[in-house]
Design a protein around this ligand. Structure first.
Ligand code: ADP
Ligand code: MG
Length: 375
């Protein structure tokens, strides 16, 4: 799949933009604060309905305007499909080939986007919440049912937490209802645990080799760390979890929240036995995230039979020559890649030769060089 055309209206510093991209490599260069990241962000929002760098949709609307639109023509196996987003300060409308899509779960699995950007290191360095959010998003792109499952889980979790508050304040003393909620919660939890576990296992089939191909160092892996140790293959998993919830019954009432479950999961990155969160250099952390994301490309290809679109925001300046070249081996012409940089000298000449080149200046884009691809 690739993004053929992109149209923006009132998105960040773009008043009006209309670009045609190549299905191979697109390089967007320009000085700082001209709109490089904004362009990638627009593509990300178009695919995933939310920005990777702002929680507030209104920030995306150009200053002093009251709405924005993003439109993209995606080509998949020679068929064109159109995605549109309209955002104002009240509504967000998603459309696929002109038809409004009500369910976000149906929308975000339509196109697959993988973005890599300098702040990505946060994925390793910051709190488990950030990692859960990331994994949830990736799994929602892979399986639309996962998004629905997470919504159901969160709803039951909220009901359970609300009920814990009632028990705490003695507004209610009926624990049978809590048991019912706990039962539902555990059913959903088991499904989520299994999907996440499988996903990490799949990632691990690829990421150690990718890490090694880029750095020459072996022993990289990602570990799934649910908040309780359990055997996901056990036939008595449900009973086991019920006991765990019961053990925490009084504690949960005291702290007014459910203290175990998928909403407390974590994922850790290891190089041999070294947890990269605490013992990794910035460089190692960077490559670890890159290896994770490049592994996802393989997973999308294999399980969704769809090649995602790769967005690389200003990452070449952070990598040394060797790693840059090794990374470039992964960016070949069967994956559409959109690269931004402030300095073309950071990018290999051979790559520039194969790429479509754009210059961005104050929210305006000029095509500098076309590229001929053998179809
Ligand atoms: N909502 C907005 N309306 C207008 N301009 C914006 C908005 N949000 C950000 N900008 C402008 O976009 C520019 C930053 O663009 P960005 O794509 O992050 O730059 P870079 O080219 O360095 O990646 C800044 O000049 C900023 O003022
Ligand atoms: Mg930028």
């Amino acid at each position: 799949m690739y993004l053929k055309k992109l149209k923006l209206h009132n998105f960040r510093n773009y008043k009006c933009l209309n670009v045609t991209l190549t299905k191979g490599i697109n390089i967007i260069y320009g000085n700082n604060a001209q709109g490089k990241t904004n362009l990638l962000e627009a593509i990300y929002v178009l695919g995933l309905t939310k920005s990777h760098r702002s929680f507030i949709d209104n920030n995306l609307i150009k200053n002093n305007e009251d709405y924005l639109t993003i439109e993209g023509i995606f080509n998949d196996k020679k068929v064109d499909n159109k995605l549109n987003i309209y955002i104002d300060n009240k509504v967000k409308v998603l459309k696929y080939n002109g038809n409004a899509i009500k369910k976000i779960s149906d929308y975000i699995s339509l196109v697959n986007i993988i973005i890599f950007y300098p702040e990505d290191l946060e994925l390793i360095k910051s709190s488990p919440q950030i990692r859960r959010k990331y994994i949830n998003l990736e799994l929602s792109q892979l399986y639309s049912n996962y998004f629905i499952l997470m919504n159901e889980y969160n709803k039951i979790l909220k009901l359970r937490n609300d009920y814990l508050k009632k028990l705490n304040k003695n507004i209610s003393r009926d624990t049978a209802y809590l048991d019912v909620l706990t039962g539902y919660l555990i059913d959903k939890s088991i499904m989520i645990y299994k999907i996440r576990d499988k996903f990490i296992n799949k990632i691990n089939l690829y990421c150690e080799k990718i890490y090694k191909d880029i750095t020459g160092i072996s022993g990289f892996k990602i570990e799934y760390k649910p908040s309780i140790e359990m055997n996901l293959k056990s036939e008595n998993l449900k009973e086991f979890l019920k006991k765990e919830y019961n053990k925490r019954f009084n504690y949960d009432i005291k702290v007014l929240s459910t203290t175990v479950g998928p909403h407390k999961d974590d994922f850790e990155f290891y190089l041999e036995d070294k947890n990269l969160k605490y013992y990794g250099s910035q460089g190692q952390q960077r490559i670890a995230v890159l290896a994770l994301k490049l592994s996802e490309i393989e997973i999308f290809k294999k399980y969704k039979e769809q090649i995602p679109i790769l967005l690389l925001d200003d990452i070449f300046s952070e990598l040394d020559e060797n790693k840059k070249n090794n990374l470039l081996n992964y960016i070949n012409k069967d994956i559409q890649t959109i690269i931004t940089t402030t300095d073309l000298n950071n990018i290999d000449k051979k790559l520039i030769k194969k790429s479509k080149l754009f210059n961005v200046n104050n929210g305006k884009i000029i095509k500098i060089k076309e590229v001929k691809l053998d179809e």
